[in-house]
Design a protein around this ligand. Structure first.
Ligand code: TYM
Length: 331
């Protein structure tokens, strides 16, 4: 029997090249060898206010991009989180099995509160509990994610083990699966920060639906260094390293091979190559994206996905509810 894999993306904005390299392309690569379950984490989106019209568009685009990047609904189960209410139900149960100390240690929340962001919601704070539910509902063996989500999957493991110890064997304890290349793509304007959807200037982040000309410009003006030496030195040349990593992830060539080709040449030449590889990827994805939007297949894919997902999720929820003793059965 195939091992099961589950992952999700939270489309609080347009999907990025970071999402593609760190997550989406791996889902596609794994869909033949694993039972793949991939969802759109729309409940996670609303931990911060989203304009409803923007949110709707971002959700539709995310599904279209899943398909455009090569996820095949005949192989992978693709669904919207809110179409399977068991996520929210088990999410509450998970929150009752998570300690405040654990949530206080989550870097995502810590970073936001350290920045002095006001009006952070309770939903943002308990987000990792919902994420644990997302994973545990499906008895997932592996969770393919980028580096930044590792802490959340580790917490999920802790919660699962705690629950199993308290109530008896209920959940499969999952493992994060993090690719060697591309697990943390950095901002093009500040290589000390992750490339992120919430990039304020938009210049550090490439979106999968960016016009390739715009994407090329962003790469050509990416921050590098003044050493003028093409080599792999992540600490002293993080911008350059990031560009080589992007090209390596998308071309399938090793980083060393790319360095070998461009050694002794100017950074402009290398950036031109990275831009070619990125634009080639974007053009392919965008071509398919247009076809998918026009074909109006999204609703059907989500409907079928939700049916398959619900069958698995409801069973697990039921098992957990029974173990906890929440049920009253009349004889
Ligand atoms: P999200 O939407 O922030 O990111 C989705 C996936 O993309 C990866 N990623 C990156 N990888 C490399 N470089 C980057 N710059 C980069 N930016 C994002 C993330 O690591 C992630 O794998 N909490 C999750 C969504 C979620 C989820 C889940 C994931 C909800 N429930 C259950 C797995 C399993 C999130 O916000 O991802």
């Amino acid at each position: 029997m195939k091992k099961r894999m589950l992952s999700g993306i939270k489309p609080t904005g347009q999907l990025t090249l970071g999402n593609y390299i760190g997550a989406l392309r791996n889902f596609v690569n794994y869909q033949d060898d694993y039972e793949m379950i991939v969802f759109i984490a729309n409940l996670h989106c609303i931990t911060e206010y989203q304009d409803p019209e923007d949110l709707k568009k971002n959700l539709t685009d995310a599904v279209a991009l899943y398909l455009a990047c090569g996820l095949d609904p005949n192989k992978a189960t693709i669904f919207l989180q809110t179409d399977v209410p068991a996520h929210a139900q088990l999410g509450y149960i998970m929150a009752c099995n998570t300690y405040l100390g654990e949530l206080n240690r989550m870097t995502q929340f810590k970073d936001k509160s350290a920045k002095g962001e006001k009006n952070l919601t309770a939903g943002l704070y308990t987000y990792p509990c919902l994420m644990a539910a997302d994973i545990l509902l499906y008895d997932a063996n592996y969770v393919p994610v980028g580096e930044d989500q590792k802490q959340h999957v580790e917490l999920t493991r802790d919660i699962a083990q705690r629950f199993n110890n308290k109530y008896g064997e209920t959940f499969v304890v999952p493992e994060p699966l993090i690719a060697k290349v591309g697990a943390r793509i950095m901002s093009l304007t500040d290589p000390s920060k992750k490339m992120s959807k919430s990039d304020e200037t938009n210049k550090g982040c490439i979106y999968l639906l960016d016009d390739p000309k715009v994407a090329r410009k962003k790469i050509m003006s990416a921050v590098t260094d003044s050493l003028n030496d093409i080599k792999l030195d992540k600490e002293n040349q993080p911008g350059l390293y990031n560009l080589i990593e992007i090209a390596s992830a998308l071309s399938g060539r090793s980083m060393e091979d790319i360095v070998e080709e461009f050694k002794g040449q100017g950074y402009g030449k290398l950036k031109g190559y990275v831009a070619d590889v990125v634009c080639d990827t974007l053009e392919k994805i965008q071509g398919r994206y247009k076809e998918i939007i026009e074909s109006r297949q999204i609703e059907k894919v989500l409907e079928e996905g939700a049916q398959k997902a619900s069958a698995i999720a409801n069973k697990t929820l039921d098992k957990a509810v029974k173990k906890i003793g929440l049920e009253i059965k009349y004889q």
